[in-house]
Design a protein around this ligand. Structure first.
Ligand code: NI
Length: 312
């Protein structure tokens, strides 16, 4: 009897010990072992840390490439990045992470941007006078005299054929600090030409310009503002900037001096590009006659008259 009792006690103690051991073992693992948890042991934990989708940085260069100022008003607000981050109420575990990661970035990128902004602000009320179709020895030179007297810089989109006749006038435009742009050789409607023909129009004018002033311009203006895909491909390939306008005096059609001054006063706006001509018939005399008043009016309104490159 005594032996049986001892054996029973031993078994009970062993059973209790075994139960305690199992319980302690279970706590150390902290959760019940399962097949899936066993399989993940040894492999690296997957953490959602690699959120490299920092959108704002890649969006920065929106205004690169060929800048086209289209005939008529384009709204001109394309510079603004547009903070329109629409918030959809859903919050996924990744979202707080990315926003937190984005936050430290702006301070790091802001300082280098600031001087550029500062420079832009300096020119926030700038406007550009542009004169097409020259040079010639009559109107272009008269316009140059006025610009010199008023200490104003402008941009001349010149035609190769005219340059071949008046290279010294182009030289004067350049020497007096104005900007020069290619306006083709023959002033044809490029939208009706093949890519090869457009290229020929551009390069033959380039050659004539280079002969006169020693370099080829990067600015380009299509006659009649007529552009097509082939032209835009050329602009891209040859790193040219296609410049149109957003204020049209229609001086070639005979707009009177008073009307020209009135409409410029009414339509003037920051970063405006005013289209006028320095060659193209007797009506261009109105341009010459209106110019001093136009300059005075714009400056009186607080505008700085600049070349195309100085805009923005
Ligand atoms: Ni023209």
């Amino acid at each position: 009897m005594e032996r049986r009792k001892k054996r029973r006690r031993r078994l009970v103690v062993l059973f209790i010990l075994a139960a305690v051991m199992i319980w302690i073992g279970g706590c150390a693992v902290s959760k019940p072992l399962s097949l899936s948890s066993l399989m993940s042991i040894g492999s690296k934990p997957v953490v959602n840390a690699g959120t490299s989708e920092q959108g704002p940085q890649t969006e920065a260069g929106k205004n690169n490439g060929n800048e086209i100022i289209v005939v008529g008003d384009t709204g001109s607000d394309n510079e603004k990045p547009g903070p329109g981050h629409s918030s959809n109420g859903e919050i996924t575990p990744n979202k707080p992470d990315t926003t937190e990661k984005d936050k430290p970035d702006p301070p790091a990128t802001e300082p280098p941007d600031k001087p550029v902004d500062g420079a832009k602000n300096k020119c926030e009320k700038c406007i550009a006078l542009t004169f097409d179709d020259g040079p010639d020895s009559r109107y272009t030179t008269a316009i140059l005299d006025i610009l010199k007297e008023k200490k104003v810089k402008a941009t001349f989109f010149v035609v190769g054929l005219q340059v071949s006749k008046f290279p010294e006038v182009l030289k004067r435009i350049d020497e007096e600090g104005h900007s020069i742009g290619n306006h083709t050789y023959n002033h044809k409607d490029l939208s009706k030409l093949s890519k090869e023909q457009i290229l020929k129009e551009m390069t033959t004018a380039d050659a004539e310009i280079e002969k006169a002033i020693g370099y080829t311009p990067t600015l380009f203006r299509a006659p009649y503002g007529a552009v097509n895909d082939a032209l835009m491909e050329i602009m891209k390939e040859y790193k040219r900037e296609s410049i149109l306008w957003n204020i049209d005096t229609r001086d070639w059609a005979g707009t009177s001096v008073a009307d020209m001054q009135k409409m410029i006063k009414k339509q003037a706006k920051p970063n405006g590009i005013i289209l006028m001509h320095s060659f193209g018939g007797k009506k261009i005399q109105n341009t010459v006659d209106a110019l001093p008043g136009i300059i005075d009016e714009l400056e009186g309104m607080g505008y700085t008259l600049v070349t195309i490159e100085q805009l923005e």
